[in-house]
Design a protein around this ligand. Structure first.
Ligand code: ZN
Length: 359
């Protein structure tokens, strides 16, 4: 039997030890080489894309000859106001790539000796970068589509059975409000070329809202597989569609959505085993991260780290994450373009949970 990719030496091309032994200067040089790869590691102006520049501060700051604006390595990127040393940034990317089911902020804070809040924001920024990197991808071939609800779990039941019914009645409605629907569109792997299929995830009010998205991002000759939910019916007018009745079969007559379900299982495993709690307000970021990891599961950890850093270099500062813990959190969440509610942030709950203060 062929060896699983993750067990092969090709899966391991970078280790956290190699980053830990790096000097700050070397880590900076490494990041610079990857982010400005298009110019051989030499500065590219984030304002106009110009390659010509003057050096203002020894290998730290430059001024663009075309637009006359000054910039540094992280200017105009999601890490614009970073305070973290470059070595820790690089280490965070390696740790993130190594966590195939995700990495919790609590773990990262201990691994890098940074505060929980810094680790949380850093991870959310990387998730945003990965999501934005793939947001123009179009899908083709055989695509499975499905939706699932995440977030909004009930707090622990009170100790006395007498209180259960009232407790459930009170909390169920609130939990339901925090639940979010994630719709995934997943290309099946190409058996001929062995190419891994791409995934796109969306945070939507209802499954039917994915129809318009499917019309835009699926190529016209795509074969779509969906379950029997009436919301998927319009797909049949747009694509060659195969439906599977899940009350009778998981796979029947060539129709199945098992690969989409498998992605949701990865999300549920991540919630259960890594994060313990995924807030409904941020669930789309976790979905984007895990979709990216699913689609790059046959890519070495070194290449994944490089892909992540390139995505960071291309992603502009996030309007929702800059100053997040300084009271600017009450803004629409999402990839700065996805819907969300200002009232359903429960990260403070997450901290309370971690510190054992949750009731
Ligand atoms: Zn410029």
């Amino acid at each position: 039997m062929a060896q699983h990719f993750l067990l092969s030496p090709q899966a391991r091309t970078v280790s956290i030890l190699s980053v830990a032994s790096m000097s700050e200067k070397r880590a900076y040089a490494k990041l610079k080489r990857i982010i400005w790869d298009a110019n051989g590691g030499k500065p590219i102006c984030p304002h106009c894309g110009g390659f010509e520049h003057w050096e203002l501060d020894d290998d730290k700051k430059w001024r663009c000859i075309s637009c006359r604006k000054s910039f540094s390595l992280t200017s105009g990127t999601i890490f614009k106001d970073r305070k973290l040393p470059f070595r820790k940034m690089l280490a965070a990317c390696v740790i993130f790539a190594n966590g195939v089911m995700g990495v919790s902020a609590c773990r990262l804070s201990r691994e890098l000796d940074i505060t929980y809040k810094s680790a949380w924001v850093l991870l959310q920024k990387v998730r945003d970068a990965l999501g934005q990197d793939g947001e123009t991808a179009q899908l083709a071939g055989v695509v499975e589509i499905d939706g699932a609800v995440f977030g909004g779990s009930l707090p622990r039941l009170p100790n006395s059975k007498k209180l259960w019914e009232e407790f459930k009645r009170k909390n169920k409605a609130a939990a339901k409000k925090r639940q979010k629907l994630i719709v995934v569109m997943r290309e099946r792997d190409d058996p001929q070329t062995g190419k891994t299929g791409k995934l796109r995830t969306f945070l939507l009010p209802k499954e039917g809202d994915a129809i318009e998205i499917a019309r835009n991002i699926l190529l016209p000759d795509t074969v779509v597989h969906a379950d029997m939910s009436p919301q998927w019916e319009p797909l049949q007018l747009l694509f060659n569609t195969k439906r599977i009745n899940h009350s009778e079969h998981f796979s029947h007559d060539g129709a199945c959505t098992n690969m989409a379900e498998s992605f949701f299982e990865r999300m549920r495993s991540a919630e259960r085993g890594v994060h313990k709690h995924i807030s409904g307000a941020h669930v789309h970021r976790y979905a984007m991260e895990l979709a990216w990891k699913e689609q790059n599961r046959r890519v070495s950890n070194g290449e994944q780290t490089a892909m992540m850093i390139r995505a960071i270099g291309k992603t502009p500062p996030s309007r929702t994450l800059v100053g997040y813990w300084q009271g600017r959190k009450a803004k629409p969440v999402g990839n700065d373009n996805q819907p969300g509610s200002a009232n359903d942030h429960d990260d403070d709950d997450a901290i309370a949970y971690l510190t054992g203060r949750k009731g």
